[in-house]
Write a protein that binds this ligand. Structure first.
Ligand SMILES: Nc1ncnc2c1ncn2[C@@H]1O[C@H](COP(=O)(O)OP(=O)(O)OP(=O)(O)O)[C@@H](O)[C@H]1O
Length: 548
């Protein structure tokens, strides 16, 4: 956090000046009041008019200083929050997929929206008050040492005591703020899930049930927030109570001294300076806990990835001959999916991946594509341990086609090329191979036609074809396809599967469809049975030697 605050030193200095400049009007106003009160003792009318002029000047000065202070502070607050937003976003975008998949998408959204908004609202308010409070405290203590050394020493002792009391609340404040953050995440996940399934909920008249669930989640969140606010409020009230007792003791002490050597102006000024040391230590100390708990959340969001690019990931993905899988075992928590599975994949061959629902087909693809690396056994690409291959290099060599297609709000061209430029003939080939030619012919702007948010102006099959063109144009070394033809009609499905099978690349495809005359072109079938990988030639599989 400190590093972020100090990054733009000039802006931070302006911010500090903005926070501390208020002290001048604070001292001037207190002195003006003390002068006016002093007139009661001296009964000097000239002194009264000078005191009134001083009061008026300090009033105007206070207004001007306040405007200047805001002006100096506001830019820094805006820039720092913007920097945090950008860094948090960049951090998410540059995560490896392995690390990204550790949290739900909506949890990241909650971090970017809820947590940074909370930080913006609370952190700078606490920081301003802390800096201002600390300045008031320092200046008041210095003046107090000049006015009354004994009182000044007593105030230093009291501040250390209150600081100790306040510190004892810190752990709980931080824990409560973390609970609010987790509740915010849960709430966002809940809302996102409800919205994405709203159609199904309405069709089945389940809205009320989910509404109730969302309300419970909202209630829990609001309770946690209220708990946190009440706890910090009571910290301040408790400190305030200590402050009142100390104030009474100060007044008692000063009145006793008044009889001896103090005039009324000095007495008044001593009381106000001593009180000015109480306010920062009693009211402001609890804000230190608020500051710390909010900074902790942001530090965690911006912390370097523990599971990012690993040191051992040093090799490029070069697949020239074979991928060897030996004794591969993988489990989600305690639930095994693969156990001591072995297989060799040859470059350029087309593999059809089969197995009952839940057998582990998607998991197997995730293991081959570095999404999970907490497996036992070995996956070696031309003898190189897959774990030592850089994710970036792997991503540059592999293409994926999933059932769920992600499209940008941009032209069809940019959705296929993903903002890279390819030779026109490669683009034409990808369009023809993916069966997009007829779609483009129907659109007046062709490739330059705009796609709306996540392709809602396209049919499921059209979206799928764009995803296929996107995968083909990259000319991948290895292509993973998961139920690519599931949303296409028979003739288009045949065309797409035939195209994939004619590509000069290694293909590993999950498909439940059987297109006579096309599916037979796969070189082999991998079947996952009871956690093992069984390899069949197409002839063997068709003879019924596989399990399906
Ligand atoms: N992220 C996960 N956490 C825990 N368990 C998971 C996770 N993903 C999958 N599983 C479980 O692992 C097993 C294999 O899942 P996987 O998705 O690989 O199967 P699949 O063969 O692709 O299934 P389908 O054909 O139905 O898509 C299933 O029992 C599934 O419930």
């Amino acid at each position: 956090m400190k590093e972020l605050l100090f990054r733009n030193k000039k802006a931070f200095t302006r911010y500090l000046i903005g926070c501390t400049i208020l002290i001048t009007e604070f001292v001037l106003t207190n002195y003006a009041i003390a002068r006016l009160v002093g007139v009661v003792q001296t009964k000097d009318l000239g002194g009264l008019s000078r005191g009134l002029v001083l009061g008026l000047v300090s009033y105007i000065y206070a207004a001007l200083v306040f405007i200047l202070s805001r002006h100096l502070r506001i830019g820094f607050m805006r820039d720092t929050t913007l920097l945090i937003r950008m860094e948090a976003f960049e951090k998410i975008m540059t995560k490896t997929m392995r690390s990204f998949n550790k949290k739900l998408r909506t949890e990241y959204i909650s971090n970017l929206v809820n947590d940074i908004n909370t930080f913006e609202g609370k952190y700078f308010h606490a920081l301003l008050n802390l800096i201002f409070g600390f300045t008031i405290y320092s200046v008041s203590i210095l003046i107090l040492f000049y006015l009354d050394v004994t009182l000044a020493l007593a105030m230093v002792a009291v501040s250390l005591f209150v600081f100790g009391v306040s510190r004892s609340f810190q752990k709980k404040t931080i824990r409560m703020q973390e609970e609010v953050q987790r509740s915010n995440e849960k709430y966002t996940v809940n809302i996102a899930n409800t919205f994405s399934g709203l159609e199904i909920l309405k069709l089945n008249r389940l809205e009320d049930r989910f509404l109730l669930q969302s309300m419970k989640e909202t209630d829990r969140l609001e309770r946690r927030k209220a708990g946190y606010n009440v706890f910090t409020f009571w910290q301040q009230r408790f400190s305030g109570f200590l402050g009142t007792i100390i104030s009474i003791l100060i007044i008692y002490y000063v009145i006793r001294r008044a009889g001896t050597s103090y005039d009324l102006t000095r007495l008044m000024f001593t009381v106000s300076m001593a009180s000015s040391t109480i306010w920062p230590i009693t009211e402001i100390m609890p804000l230190f806990n608020v500051l710390k708990s909010n900074a902790n959340i942001i530090e965690r969001i911006l912390a370097p990835d523990e599971d990012g690019q690993k040191e051992e990931e040093v090799q490029d993905y070069v697949f020239k001959d074979r991928i060897e899988i030996r004794d591969l075992s993988f489990a989600y928590d305690e639930r095994p999916v693969l156990s001591r599975a072995s297989l060799t994949l040859e470059k350029g061959k087309k593999y059809l991946l089969k197995g009952a629902s839940g057998a582990g087909k998607s998991t197997f693809i995730n293991l081959l594509s570095k999404v999970y690396d907490n497996y036992e056994g070995e996956i070696r690409v031309d003898g190189v341990d897959l774990r030592t291959i850089r994710e970036e290099s792997f991503n540059a060599s592999a293409s994926f086609i999933y059932q769920d297609v992600f499209l940008f709000e941009d032209t069809i061209r940019n959705n296929i090329e993903l903002y890279r430029s390819y030779p026109e003939k490669d683009l034409e080939k990808a369009i023809a191979c993916s069966g997009l030619t007829s779609l483009l012919a129907k659109r007046p702007l062709g490739l330059e036609e705009a796609i709306e948010e996540n392709g809602r102006n396209l049919s499921g099959g059209e979206r799928q074809r764009i995803a296929i063109a996107r995968a083909i144009i990259r000319n991948p070394v290895i292509l993973f396809a998961d139920e690519v033809t599931s949303s296409l009609d028979e003739s288009l499905g045949r065309l797409v599967e035939d195209t994939i099978l004619s590509l000069d690349t290694t293909v590993i495809a999950i498909s439940h469809r059987f297109y006579r005359g096309v599916t037979e072109k796969y070189d082999a079938v991998i079947e996952i049975v009871n956690g093992t990988l069984q390899l069949f030639t197409m002839e063997e599989y068709l003879r019924g030697e596989g399990h399906e």
